[in-house]
Design a protein around this ligand. Sequence first.
Ligand SMILES: *[C@@H]1O[C@H](CO)[C@@H](O)[C@H](O)[C@H]1NC(C)=O
Ligand SMILES: *[C@@H]1O[C@H](CO)[C@@H](O)[C@H](O)[C@H]1NC(C)=O
Ligand SMILES: *[C@@H]1O[C@H](CO)[C@@H](O)[C@H](O)[C@H]1NC(C)=O
Ligand SMILES: *[C@@H]1O[C@H](CO)[C@@H](O)[C@H](O)[C@H]1NC(C)=O
Ligand SMILES: *[C@@H]1O[C@H](CO)[C@@H](O)[C@H](O)[C@H]1NC(C)=O
Ligand SMILES: CC(=O)N[C@H]1CO[C@H](CO)[C@@H](O)[C@@H]1O
Length: 741
Amino acid sequence: MKSIAILLVLALALLVSARPIDNVFEADVRSNLEARQSSKLLVGVGSADITGPIGELTLFGYADLNNLANGIHLRVRARVFIFAASDAPSRRVVYISTDTGIVSVRTKKLAIQGLSSRLSAADAALYSVENVMVSATHTHSGPGGYQDDFLYQVTNWGRTPGAREAIADGLADAIAQAHADLSEGKVTLTKGALTNGSINRSKPSYLNNPASERAQYSADVDQDMTLLAISTADGSRLRGVVNWFPVHGTSMNVSNHRVSGDNKGYASYRYELEQKLKGNPTFVAAFGQSNAADVSPNTEGAHCTDTGAECDGGKDSCGGNISLCLSRGPEYDIGGDTRSTEVIGERQFLRAKTLVESPIAPKSLNSAAIKVDYRHAWIEYPKIVLEGPNNTKICNPAMGYAFSAGTTDNPATGISYQGDNDPNGANKPLWNFVRNLLTTPTQELVDCHQPKQILLATGEMGVPYDWQPHTLPVQLFVVTSKFAIIGFPAEISTMSGRRLRATVLNQLIADKVVDSDAEIVVAGLSNTYSSYVTTFEEYQVQRYEGGATTYGPNTLKAHQQIFSKLAKSFVTGLPAASPAFPLVSAPKENSDINLLSAVVLDTTPSGKSFGDVFTQPAASYKSGETASAIFACAHPRNGGSGIPDNGALTWPGGAKSTFMTVEQSDGKGGWTTILDDALWDTRYLWIRVGSSESKCLLEWKINGSLPVPAGTYRFKIFGINKWIFGTSKFTGVSNSFTVTA
Ligand SMILES: *[C@@H]1O[C@H](CO)[C@@H](O)[C@H](O)[C@H]1NC(C)=O
Ligand SMILES: *[C@@H]1O[C@H](CO)[C@@H](O)[C@H](O)[C@H]1NC(C)=O
Ligand SMILES: *[C@@H]1O[C@H](CO)[C@@H](O)[C@H](O)[C@H]1NC(C)=O
Ligand SMILES: *[C@@H]1O[C@H](CO)[C@@H](O)[C@H](O)[C@H]1NC(C)=O
Ligand SMILES: *[C@@H]1O[C@H](CO)[C@@H](O)[C@H](O)[C@H]1NC(C)=O
Ligand SMILES: CC(=O)N[C@H]1CO[C@H](CO)[C@@H](O)[C@@H]1O
């Protein structure tokens, strides 16, 4: 979250169009543990494009109004894994990793509703909010506009029409695919370290944890990648790979304007492309997110961009200016943030591949007790009282000054710096005044969040609707007696994740729900988003992550208490908490505020039509070079093209709808589509010219990741232009060009 000043001003502006609040209630249905014997493990995999509308809407993550989704580098996808025991298949669990910044409750519900048009009624009824876990990879380059809570909507001007629907459609497609794929599978669990894929970006916080606790770990980030390799029952074909490794999706920086899955999206892309080229096109590789709250992919660390010197460690500033202190990823000097994304993605891809090919201390889930089950509950966090002598209360949501500082992955400007918990700090009177225009925090809220200094009293701001969630979905999966997954509704720090895993695993082992050598992972950013979770000790330092820890200093302890009850409920069969909770106090479905200005009209300069070329590609290129062309085009929020001409469901690179393709000549006047905008090698960028004209830059890095033969090629553009009485589809082609070795 960068532009907090802009955020405050925007929020004030958006409030003008505030609407009344409605309560949406949802009951939680539970069932008892079903432990089974002589069962087989069933697995299904699926994957689909979830890229929503683009064009002058904000990429979600950096909260910077200039960080617009105006093009596509790598399409974002959902990757689905269903696990079931053959003799109790209705207690199946569905783990989904999506290339999104966060997860929206409303989108998840839409996706599950969408199954009714894809599956029989009986089959659709097998899937619910309770047994489907959607976990965001936390890419900061996914198109926004789908978020539920107002704080996360502000920099997207509310909800963008079509944003939730696009993600939900892709999710439903991918679940339906995995459903059809469900069959006996061979599953191997393994774990190995990746030491050069991440660093800790909040060292002063980490160091405030007890020395005795830190001494138990060799690193200040979790370096283990935990991985499931899924093959056909006879082991002859690799069907899918899913792994969990904590690292932020901030390799692409705030200057980026193209949709991208960031480092994890790239890792998935590379593994899936490799298998596709080997004749295994249905293979799915998910690089899932975990306890990454304080973990950066920018492994070169933070330096002053003006002098190259070390930043001032306490404040992460350069001579007092925090916007100069930036961290960079590997090979940034060679190829900028795009190259850093490739390197961090490739390291995760290669680590996963070696773990599949040479697993470390592998465990076969097929020889474990085959039971698959889940627990899910809605918990109103500010109502939680910690068990123990002190009756410690959890706070209503609030964000601190340190939240406005950002991190060294994307420092903010103006209001504060990391570690700022001085109540009389320099800018406080001014910003406290601005804050109070929105809501003056109650004394109870102020006391509860100490030492956090409150910048936004989000928990006490009900207008136009919830700014941050009060009620969170908590979820736990057991996949045989060897493996469990925590569906965690926030970003959680390294040490917090370790404590939570230990709490839950110990409970599951004590109750004999899992074996004593079972593994457990935290699936971060699952099902909704409630900002950050740090340990009590990290919170005291009030860096960015502590400033953004929503429910105060005891947030982690509350999660530990709730998740341990959830774990316990596998044997007691009792509800983990009260039976039903309000979901969010929010507008009725899809009637949230939307102040993004609509596309009114597309025009071309005189003498040009939509799809005409402004700049032709060169006559010839060599392998490794980048071909490009510039076309007259229209606003991309109108959409790209629909289904491909041959009637397939997706274009060759996996795009559901594409803005561009590359075609290859057959030498006899015929052309074959070989690439679309979903591939890493192609890049599409829309540029506004004046009030209604557009230019589109199409690029292709020849033989980048997809090998092509020497030959003759051309670019093709697709789009939809808006005119007074409706819309029209257009296409255009460039001159052809030759490609040589
Ligand atoms: C990164 O780590 C992996 C495994 O941990 C190793 O194989 C690889 O060589 C390392 N890469 C670099 C550039 O150090
Ligand atoms: C801090 O550095 C940024 C980037 O160079 C610059 O734009 C800004 O003016 C500087 N702020 C101050 C207070 O010097
Ligand atoms: C992001 O990376 C690009 C190079 O790929 C660079 O030009 C740009 O200045 C970077 N932006 C920031 C804010 O560091
Ligand atoms: C209860 O409060 C006392 C006094 O503030 C403190 O020393 C003690 O650690 C607290 N106990 C727990 C379990 O938090
Ligand atoms: C692209 O790479 C592949 C394999 O690396 C190679 O066989 C092919 O000749 C290359 N294409 C061109 C045009 O050089
Ligand atoms: C931002 C920061 O302080 N990162 C540190 C995290 O830990 C690594 C390894 O100890 C350091 O090299 C980084 O500087």
